[in-house]
Design a protein around this ligand. Structure first.
Ligand SMILES: Cc1ncc(COP(=O)(O)O)c(C=O)c1O
Length: 372
């Protein structure tokens, strides 16, 4: 039989997404509206209303091929952040841009640096493309250990991913540390700043640093989180250097952005009202859940998250993440089991911050599980 080019394509790790609500509703007989979906880091208030209106109008153009570089969307993104359209490439979700970056900037067998744990797709795509993931550790409570990260940069990885805030811990990386990383990276290393969750950190992120580091830095963002468009699939890469963007435009599937993605993205990028609403809810719930969990003994909220999720540590030795994950599912609460996130493991769950009614359901379910 014909074989795929790299073993990971047939035998490798497969991404485990958060479970869908309808599956849990059917399996456990819980009304769909009562499910607390806290495993996919989605927006508590749904999609940007401005994007929805723009997409309804764009339906008139579905018979026409989109402009293949999504030029109008690239222009809108560039305008928002003070760049030109040639500084931006768009992808069908940020994940597509991640896969393009790995193919364009590392050859087979060359090293790609990432934290352990990390967003699994850095590792899965690297393996599937025959590139070599290399890891740098995190500390207790998932401190990103920037000194060790910088040590790892001395090995000249081809690509170095840094996630700010980090997934799955939500830990932020300070601007000073991002600068240290950009300065430590040699001209052979492309630094990729993944700011998928940056809005929830209540900081501007490091977009403003790009012009200081034009030689080897690309920043990635997504419309799936604060803009509420996870189902639309829009993300982008941006660099002060168009020469770093050109290979990505050339490698991307030609018409990777459809009319609806382009129209929705253009409207969403300026929907600050929607973004601010989501951020406000997430920040309020972060504090609320921290207060409520402070009195629990079986579970602990790992402090420091600046994302729209946090890690729950399971302290009760009689429990592990899969037992608690299943116990939560039976009670209509979907989270992420730490054993499904390599490098995280059986003492942790990743839990989204969402509307208060969902967080209350989660907290009540934890109390119930602990008291059994
Ligand atoms: C760190 C990080 N980067 C990128 C993404 C990808 O986002 P999308 O492909 O939905 O744009 C995610 C999604 O979970 C993520 O956690």
């Amino acid at each position: 039989m014909v074989k795929a080019s790299f073993a990971a394509l047939t035998e490798g790790e497969v991404y485990v997404p958060g479970l869908p609500s309808d599956y849990v509703s059917e399996k456990y007989g819980i009304p769909l509206g009562d499910i607390a979906k806290l495993g996919s880091a989605e927006n508590p208030h749904g999609a940007s209303p401005k994007a929805m209106a723009a997409m309804a109008e764009a339906c008139q153009r579905l018979d026409i091929y989109p402009e293949w570089t999504a030029r109008r969307l690239r222009e809108a993104i560039a305008r928002k952040y003070g760049f030109e359209a040639d500084n931006v490439v768009c992808g069908s979700g940020e994940t597509e841009v991640i896969s393009m970056v790995i193919r364009a900037f590392a050859r087979p067998d060359e090293p790609v640096l990432m934290h352990n744990p990390c967003f699994p797709l850095y590792r899965i795509y690297s393996n599937c493309e025959g590139r070599r993931p290399v890891f740098t550790p995190m500390g207790k409570d998932f401190d990103p250990l920037i000194d060790q990260y910088i040590e790892a940069l001395k090995q000249n990885p081809k690509i170095a991913f840094i996630t700010n805030p980090h997934n799955p811990s939500g830990m932020p990386v300070s601007e000073a540390d991002v600068r240290r990383i950009c300065e430590a990276a040699s001209d052979e290393t492309l630094v990729v700043l993944d700011e998928a969750y940056i809005h929830y950190s209540e900081s501007e992120g490091c977009m403003h640093l790009l012009k200081e580091y034009p030689k080897n830095v690309i920043l990635l963002r997504t419309f799936s989180k604060a803009f509420g468009l996870a189902g639309l699939r829009v993300g982008f890469g941006i660099s002060a250097n168009p020469e770093l963007i050109r290979p990505l435009r050339n490698i991307k599937p030609t018409w990777n952005m459809g009319q609806l993605q382009i129209a929705g993205g253009i409207a969403a990028i300026n929907d600050d009202e929607h973004v601010n609403r989501a951020v406000k809810t997430v920040v309020e719930m972060r504090n609320y859940v921290a207060d409520r969990m402070a009195s629990m003994s079986a579970f602990r909220m790992v402090p420091g998250s600046k994302a729209n999720f946090f890690l729950t540590e399971i302290r009760d030795p009689a429990l592990d993440s899969t037992k608690v994950f299943n116990g939560l599912l039976e009670r209509g609460v979907i989270v992420k089991d730490g054993t499904d996130i390599p490098g995280l493991g059986a003492r942790y769950l990743r839990v989204d911050l969402n509307l208060k009614k969902h967080m209350d359901r989660f907290l009540a379910a934890l109390d119930d599980i602990a008291s059994r």
